[in-house]
Ligand binder design. Structure first.
Ligand code: FE
Length: 281
């Protein structure tokens, strides 16, 4: 067993997205542009409607996937191909944009807390122009693992203690867990050496790794996992911790990104802009 030590720890940065929504971006910043195959991770947590009501009006995507996981509040999404849905607390939407969609993601609340995450996952070159696909999973259909030590984990993708998450058919073979770790409890999980990933702490404080290389990670910070085959996270003695463990198979392909278009070459980006502007999405 080789524990994956934290390679880099970054604090999420406040930024504006959509039509003026305050988000905290942990991945997809100058400090940490990507963790192949992941391109972005935003946490949105606002109880001031002025910071979320404007939402994310119509915008395109091509060549990538967006994964929205709601913890509080409600969001309505609609796209230009007639797909529509509502995300409630605990729900997940795994959207494969493929060759292109234009969609909006708008709050369906005028007060109260809006809290969740959006992750961007790159698509392999061979799948960038695939047909768009949605996997919409209701909270009740996401299995929760409970361990004897009090650990609870929602398994969105991948497998934990033999329990598989509902997301399927994704090329990078993703792991996406939401883990609630009671104080002084440790989490260990085998993550094969051919996977890359990170831990994002969004509650309390956790220690990632072990021995002299271990690092304390505060809520709102992300730890990139180094090489090894086992993830180890310990909750601090004084408080519970909550974190996302996200991992996948790296693509090792060139990434050329222009806003919500993620392709392999500049020519493909020009094509995406042209297709979008000519109404071919
Ligand atoms: Fe979007």
């Amino acid at each position: 067993m080789q524990v994956r030590q934290p390679q880099q720890v970054v604090t999420a940065m406040a930024t504006q997205e959509g039509a003026g929504v305050t988000v905290h971006r942990a991945l997809g910043t100058p400090l940490l542009p990507d963790v192949d195959p992941f391109l972005m991770l935003d946490e949105f947590k606002n109880d001031d409607p002025k910071r979320y009501m404007a939402g994310f009006p119509d915008h395109p995507h091509r060549g990538m996937e967006t994964v929205t996981y709601m913890l509080a509040g409600a969001m309505r999404h609609r796209d230009n191909q007639g797909n529509e849905g509502r995300l409630r607390p605990g729900d997940v939407q795994w959207m494969t944009a493929g060759r292109g969609i234009i969609h909006s993601e708008m709050p369906e609340q005028e007060q109260g807390l809006m809290w969740g995450f959006q992750l961007w996952v790159n698509l392999p070159a061979k799948d960038k122009m695939t047909a768009p696909r949605y996997q919409e999973i209701k909270a009740a259909d996401i299995p929760e693992v409970t361990r004897l030590d009090g650990l609870r984990a929602r398994v969105i993708a991948g497998k934990l203690d033999g329990i598989a998450g509902p997301i399927n058919g994704i090329g990078v073979d993703p792991t996406y867990f939401d883990v609630a770790l009671p104080k002084a409890v440790a989490f260990e999980h085998p993550l094969p050496a051919n996977q890359q990933g990170f831990v994002y702490v969004f509650g309390g404080k956790a220690q990632i790794g072990d021995g002299a290389s271990a690092r304390a990670v505060q809520r709102g910070s992300l730890a990139v996992l180094g090489s090894g085959d086992t993830v180890k996270v310990d909750a601090w003695a004084g408080a519970d911790a909550r974190f996302l463990l996200i991992a996948g198979r790296p693509l090792n392909e060139p990434v050329v990104k222009y806003g919500p278009f993620v392709m392999n070459t500049r020519e493909q980006i020009y094509q995406a802009i042209d297709d979008f502007q000519s109404g071919r999405f």
